[in-house]
Ligand binder design. Structure first.
Ligand code: NAP
Length: 269
């Protein structure tokens, strides 16, 4: 006969499931819609943020906003596809905050074009911006985390398009599909031995400067999208924050190598 054992869940565990206060996060693409939202959200949760992108002026505005909210932020203008440049981001994290616990990768680029007219150079540029640079920043931060020996969390923004083709998207879909598999492989390299958890978030359309035009409810694009969107609307950057915090937090200690759906149900139908 089996005993009635108490359920093994402690108040301490539950209270701190999503606690990321005091951690240090590098956020790439911090001048963009999703990277900016992640940087502000992490800072409001008490994370010390190293915000990076190539545009120093926009980074400065983000830092002023975060500091205005009482958050802690430093910025480094850097190119994620350049190892010397990105090394300065890691140096800043170590110098200013003593290391790095979380990496959020939210930079990216697309220039849709039919394969018949697209140049090989344009295709390669997309692959470098959306895949090679992601490899570079993950590799460099993983080396730092492995050396520090404290583990860490990596949250990489991929796309719903990683698992679905689209006209004009030979570069974007290929890079995002490869990104998902690269992150799964990184989990195999990094999680058991080094305690570094690596996951992607895969969004559909979220409001940004580039996607703003899709949000016109009268447009055919919007109406067509909605036919395949069980949630009934497109995404706002604030819709993105739950997964971004979850995957950086102790609640994700058992989550690695995953591709997390932020599609509003787009993958479901
Ligand atoms: N918004 C959406 O609907 C959506 C949907 C699916 C996936 N995503 C993915 O989410 C990520 C963030 O998207 P977002 O909507 O926040 O885009 P966004 O607002 O256009 O921001 C893009 C960010 O990436 C940086 N960037 C642009 N071109 C780059 C390049 N060639 N190399 C390195 N960095 C570059 C930009 O900063 P600097 O120019 O200052 O360097 C900026 O911080 C991207 O990976 C995107 O593919 C977005």
């Amino acid at each position: 006969m089996s005993e009635n054992k108490p359920v093994n869940v402690s108040r301490d565990t539950v209270d701190h499931l999503f606690d990321i206060e005091g951690r240090v996060a590098i956020v790439t693409g911090a001048t963009g819609a999703l990277g900016g939202a992640i940087a502000v959200a992490y800072a409001l949760k008490g994370v010390k943020v190293v915000a990076t992108a190539r545009n120093a002026q926009k980074l400065d505005a983000l830092r002023v906003q975060i500091e205005g909210e009482g958050g802690v932020c430093t910025t480094v203008a850097a190119d994620p596809s350049d190892t010397d440049s990105f090394a300065q981001v890691i140096e800043a994290a170590k110098r200013e905050f003593g290391g790095v616990d979380i990496l959020a990768v939210a930079h990216g680029y697309n220039k849709p074009e039919n394969i018949l007219t697209q140049s090989v150079e344009d295709w390669s540029y997309i692959m470098d911006a959306d895949l090679k640079s992601v490899y570079i920043v993950c590799k460099m931060v993983a080396e730092e985390m492995a050396q520090a020996g404290k583990g860490g969390k990596m949250v990489v923004v991929s796309s719903a398009r990683s698992k679905m083709g689209m006209a004009g998207y030979t570069g974007y879909c290929a890079s995002k599909g490869a990104c998902d598999l690269m992150i799964q492989s990184m989990a195999c390299d990094l999680s058991a031995q080094y305690g570094i958890n690596v996951n992607t978030i895969n969004p559909t359309v979220f409001r940004s400067d580039l996607t703003e035009w899709m949000f016109d409810p009268d447009s055919a694009v919007y109406q067509n999208f909605l036919k395949r969107l069980p949630i009934g609307r497109l995404g706002e950057p604030s819709d993105f924050l739950g997964l971004a915090v979850l995957l950086a937090s102790p609640a994700a200690d058992f989550l690695t190598g995953g591709n997390y759906d932020a599609t509003g149900g787009y993958w479901a139908c």
